[in-house]
Design a protein around this ligand. Structure first.
Ligand SMILES: NC(=O)N[C@@H](CC(=O)O)C(=O)O
Ligand SMILES: [Zn+2]
Ligand SMILES: [Zn+2]
Length: 431
């Protein structure tokens, strides 16, 4: 395949116009006036060509919760959103806590996936926090990291054992940070919204207390410790301090925590219920500052689809989580790049090369010889977010109706055009 005349960043970050020749799933050549003979040509004039986006925090729900999402529908949502590599969390049924479960994800991806899917294995058996899994045997089948995402690892001792083992094996520990004793049945942030609606709140320290503990344990064990969906100003402060002290701590932030705070929740609407909850305005400011100063390493969506029936429940009873794959780039582009808060280069780096580098993946760059995972974006395309148009089974977004620019129009995974605005989806990358 030959991509003609696309705009891209070169290796030093300058904006250039280039052709990209793709062969055997790799970028064969990057240059000007490349020859098209025998190659399918895609005209990209006026469009941006980015490395395929990388999202290291996604819930694909398979096995066990196929009514919410499957590897097929979740990876369709991914490529439609411009993501070519996604990591899936182990809070499925059964939990991804054995080598057989990890192999199952790889097999299902081969059969029905549209993007590269990197499974994350659970830290503890059935994510119950009681017994450490066999990381080595899961690693043998190919896991990106270990995590009990969905719940925090309550026991400090258990977390320490996990870190010791993960450090030995070179696996990152990816942490959902939440102290169960501080949740107290909370369903939203403990702040002005919880007060106004008389709901139980989840206080900020519920997250930060785990991060503080884990950074101390990471210092002792030397493991790569990664904080999921960071949401409070205290958490940002702790990560900043940890980094300053040379501790191997990284952090991700979700688009919704950058875009929204508790003041934006329009009443008892469960599409604004997620974990961690939307925090205060000062927290949101601290997240932006942390991302801009490098305390927070990159962006991850925490795509968490649920059925409409589940989300139709009350604020207290509905499950936590919102979808994110199909809206992340346009939302962040519209609200931060167009407004001059981020540069386009920063945003793209936070969604490509930085997550890839932090987790040692050969992804996130456009280089000769590198993988042909590519996202073509029309920055001028304006569209209202419409959940009914999502490829994801999850329609649970707080952003319905938001007018946004910067939509992916074509996505290439391992050299195959897996989705285009005009033709829709074609067979998954490994089919
Ligand atoms: N983020 C959420 O609100 N929900 C996630 C779990 C998680 O990421 O902790 C889910 O699995 O639904
Ligand atoms: Zn989580
Ligand atoms: Zn999650």
């Amino acid at each position: 395949m030959l991509l003609k005349n696309g705009t891209m960043y070169d290796h030093v970050g300058n904006q250039v116009t280039r052709d990209i020749l793709i062969e055997n799933g790799r970028i064969k050549k990057l240059g000007k006036n490349l020859q098209a003979e025998g190659h399918e040509t895609v005209e990209c004039e006026g469009k941006w060509i980015f490395p395929g986006f990388v999202d290291l925090h996604v819930h694909l729900r398979e096995p066990g919760f196929e009514a919410k999402e499957t590897i097929e529908t979740g990876s369709m949502a991914a490529v439609k959103g411009g993501f070519t590599t996604i990591a899936c969390m182990p809070n499925t049924k059964p939990v991804l806590d054995t080598p057989e479960q990890i192999r199952y994800i790889h097999e299902q991806t081969k059969k029905s996936g549209y993007a590269h899917v990197l499974p994350i294995g659970a830290i503890t058996k059935r994510q119950l926090g009681e017994e450490l899994n066999d990381f080595e045997s899961m690693q043998h089948e190919g896991v990106l990291a270990v995590s009990d995402d969905g719940v925090g690892v309550q026991s400090s001792w258990m977390m320490k054992q996990a870190m010791i083992k993960a450090q030995e094996l070179g696996l990152p520990v990816v942490a959902h940070c939440e102290d169960d004793t501080l949740i107290q049945g909370g369903c939203v942030h403990e702040g002005s919204f919880s007060e106004k609606y008389n709901l139980r709140g989840i206080p900020s320290e519920c997250e930060a207390i785990h991060i503080g503990r884990d950074i101390l344990l990471a210092e002792q064990t030397g493991v790569h410790y990664h904080v999921c969906h960071i949401s409070t100003k205290e958490s940002v402060r702790l990560v900043r301090e940890g980094k300053k002290n040379g501790i191997k701590v990284t952090a991700e932030v979700s688009p919704h925590h950058l875009l929204l705070c508790e003041d934006d929740i329009p009443g008892l609407n469960t599409n604004f219920k997620m974990n961690p909850p939307l925090r205060g305005a000062a927290d949101r400011e601290a997240l932006l500052e942390g991302l801009l100063d490098g305390t927070i390493d990159f962006i991850a969506t925490d795509h968490a689809p649920h059925t409409e029936e589940e989300k139709a429940k009350s604020m207290e009873l509905a499950p936590f989580g919102i979808v994110g794959l199909e809206t992340a780039f346009p939302l962040l582009y519209t609200h931060f790049v167009q407004k001059g808060i981020f540069t386009l280069k920063q945003l793209v780096d936070w969604m490509t090369v930085i997550p890839a580098d932090r987790f040692g993946l050969d992804k996130g760059r456009l280089t000769e010889g590198g993988p042909a995972d590519i996202t073509i974006v029309d920055l001028h395309k304006v569209q209202d977010i419409d959940p009914n148009q999502f490829a994801s089974k999850g329609k649970n977004t707080p952003f319905a109706g938001w007018r946004t620019s910067g939509w992916p129009v074509q996505t290439i995974v391992a050299g195959e055009l897996v989705w285009s605005e005009e033709q829709g989806f074609s067979a998954g990358n490994e089919k």
